[in-house]
Design a protein around this ligand. Structure first.
Ligand code: PEP
Ligand code: MN
Length: 263
């Protein structure tokens, strides 16, 4: 992952002609969780607004074991249906090395490793044995060096297709869900050739803060954004408090384009 050994920015091929990094900027959008038939509606709306990749969790790393855990393989199937209709890559979280076969069988375009598994070394090594691009999130209280070493766990097994993701870290601050470490964007670009995505949804935890921080991350040089979008946030099965509606997402995409032109 170190730029010393690879001075040029890496570009990761996510499928359907979508590349991220080395000047190419991509927006990953969709609901926190795959919930059912609303996925395809949300997917059409985010694509229409300009998102280039679809996200949605089928396996959810919930704090409480009694909270909604995700649809599992049926959720992956819904994502695959949306991918086939919309011809866009899908990004979805893998939590367990035992699920790698099903992810490969369904040809999931990008496997997300969530903050809670950022130092799950057996999982990192197993995704490292595939060639599937990995969106690797920073740990809940992870340092930048710990994120880079997690990337090394994947890359040292042979998979160089790693996208780093800043999603906020836990600090003493409680007014936001996490503290968005915007510093991480230029610091990661200085230290590493890998693309850097910012996730202002999890980094802030509140819909009202997602837009300003998405714009800030774009201005700071992020190679992409991951944004949670839901067509009925108050009834979302997870993370409704930080979801944008499709209309809000559409406005955000217009402003992102203006920032991209300006930098
Ligand atoms: C998610 O992307 O829905 C998620 C659980 O994110 P994180 O791992 O960053 O908390
Ligand atoms: Mn979420």
């Amino acid at each position: 992952a170190n730029r010393k050994f690879h001075p040029a920015d890496s570009s990761i091929d996510c499928g359907f002609g979508v590349h991220i990094g080395a000047g190419e900027f991509q927006v990953i959008a969709g609901p926190c969780s795959v919930e059912g038939e609303n996925l395809i509606r949300i997917a059409r709306q985010v694509k229409e607004a300009g998102a280039t990749m679809l996200r949605g969790g089928a396996y959810k790393p919930r704090t409480s074991p009694y909270a909604y855990q995700g649809m599992g393989p049926a959720g992956l199937d819904l994502l695959c249906e949306a991918r086939e209709e919309l011809k866009m890559p899908i990004v979805t979280e893998i939590m367990d090395p035992r699920d790698i076969d099903v992810f490969l069988e369904k040809k999931i375009d990008v496997m997300q490793i969530g903050a809670r598994n950022a130092q799950n070394f057996p999982l990192l090594k197993e995704v490292g044995k595939t060639k599937t691009p990995v969106l690797l999130k920073r740990g809940m209280s992870g340092t930048i060096d710990e994120l880079l070493m997690a990337a090394e766990y994947i890359m040292s097994e042979g998979n160089d297709n790693v996208i780093l993701c800043e999603r906020g870290i836990r600090t003493f601050e409680t007014r936001t869900r996490n503290t968005f470490d915007l510093n991480a964007v230029p610091v990661l670009h200085y230290l590493s050739h890998l693309p850097v995505v910012a996730d202002p949804s999890h980094a802030t935890g509140y819909t009202r803060y997602v837009e300003p921080m998405a714009l800030a991350a774009t201005a700071a040089g992020a190679d992409g954004l991951e944004i949670e979008v839901h067509d009925d946030p108050t009834h979302a099965w997870s993370d409704g408090a930080q979801a944008l509606t499709p209309d809000q997402f559409c406005d955000l995409m217009r402003r992102i384009a203006l920032i991209r032109e300006a930098i």
